[in-house]
Design a protein around this ligand. Structure first.
Ligand code: ZN
Ligand code: ZN
Length: 376
């Protein structure tokens, strides 16, 4: 088995600016109406501190940050925070000890924010009744996520590598696509190649959907065998250094079996090109959606484009900004988004083409660069 280093274009790998993030979050607290914020969402914790374990809570106040975790992560938390040059107090113990630490760190705080999107009702009640008894708990929405919208050079480097891994994996799998191979086998090979090429894991469950299965945008790979002349939708991504890539290519073994399939591919290709051409810092995300949707509607298939045009990507495979008809986001330079229109016709199959791109002042820079030609 060959482990191949990915060439990321000779660019120096720039360290992430993890240490600057807690101060930027602290600056947001007054406007959010709280003097402390409890961060329990793990990808937010990773973003703020560099900690990659599966259990921790961070309390950020105006003048300090405390990370509590359990004994499994004693040395790991110290190593990771120090590597990220993050200034935070680390306290290790069982949950009652962690809660005691949080309670003491919160003395004097009047309004403590919780991440409304990731704290359960039961958890909120417990924190209010047993841990932060003297403070008022307030719901906050998207504070850390708002910082995560704009990627630093280190994050972009990780995402460039994640995308290059997915590109290289597809290049290896493409020649293996022949009639008679099962969807699940293709998906397994893609996953295997991405890990061989240096991915920590796949960004999500790899989609390989052939023929009629392609008409379901999120089909699960099945034992169905690929056939000549039908379309195969492959949607997959790699995680590198915590950051995801996301790409879809639609392929065909030989010539498409019908004129309708060929036309679907042409329309989606044109739609995606229009979407990519509309991306620029300062543009409304809904405009990118409408650029894609208009092309598909003109072909008479507006009902067959059943999802939004794209989403932000980063530590999570789906994060801000949303790129859809009802999105109120304006694209920012150095946000990373996907552009992924599709057409799904139950009698024919499906087509989706997706790239992960960096938003720039002039337009966008694609991270995923696999060829978009149809036939293998
Ligand atoms: Zn995708
Ligand atoms: Zn996507």
């Amino acid at each position: 088995m060959d482990i191949v280093a990915i060439d990321i274009g000779g660019m120096d790998i720039v360290a992430m600016d993890t240490a600057g993030r807690i101060p930027r979050l602290q600056a947001l607290l007054p406007a959010a109406g709280c003097d402390g914020l409890v961060i329990s969402q793990l990808s937010n914790i990773r973003y703020l501190t560099g900690f990659t374990g599966s259990a921790a809570i961070v309390l950020v106040t105006a003048d300090e940050a405390v990370l509590v975790t359990d004994g499994r992560y004693d040395s790991q938390s110290a190593e990771e925070l120090s590597r990220a040059r993050v200034t935070a107090r680390i306290e290790v113990g069982l949950p009652p000890v962690q809660e005691k630490v949080l309670e003491e760190a919160a003395i004097g705080l009047r309004r403590i924010g919780l991440e409304a999107g990731s704290v359960s009702w039961a958890r909120q009640r417990h924190l209010a009744a047993d841990v932060f008894v003297r403070a008022e708990l307030v719901a906050t929405d998207g504070l850390v996520e708002s910082l995560r919208l704009v990627k630093d050079e280190g994050e972009l480097g990780a995402m460039r590598t994640a995308a290059a891994i997915a590109d290289a994996a597809l290049a290896r799998v493409r020649p293996q696509l022949v009639a008679g191979i099962a969807e699940v086998e293709v998906a397994n090979t893609l996953d295997f190649e991405m890990r061989t090429l240096g991915a920590t894991r796949s960004s999500f469950e790899t989609i390989v959907a052939s023929g009629p299965n392609g008409a379901k945008p999120h089909a699960r790979p099945s034992r169905r065998l690929l056939e000549r002349g039908e379309l195969v939708v492959m949607d997959f991504g790699a995680v590198f250094d915590g950051y995801c890539s996301d790409m879809t290519r639609t392929l065909c073994i030989g010539e498409p079996a019908s004129a309708a399939l060929g036309r679907m591919v042409e329309v989606v290709r044109a739609s995606q090109a229009a979407g990519l051409a509309s991306v620029r810092a300062g543009v409304a995300a809904s405009e990118v959606d409408s650029a894609c949707r208009t092309v598909i509607a003109e072909a008479g298939w507006s009902d067959a484009f059943v999802h939004g045009t794209g989403h932000g990507v980063g530590l999570d495979i789906h994060e801000g900004p949303r790129v859809g008809p009802t999105s109120d986001a304006t694209l920012l330079a150095n946000s990373v988004i996907t552009v992924e229109p599709g057409v799904y016709l139950p009698d024919h199959g499906g087509v989706r083409i997706e790239d992960t791109v960096v938003v720039t002042a002039e337009g966008c820079r694609p991270l995923t660069t696999s060829p978009k030609d149809l036939m293998v």
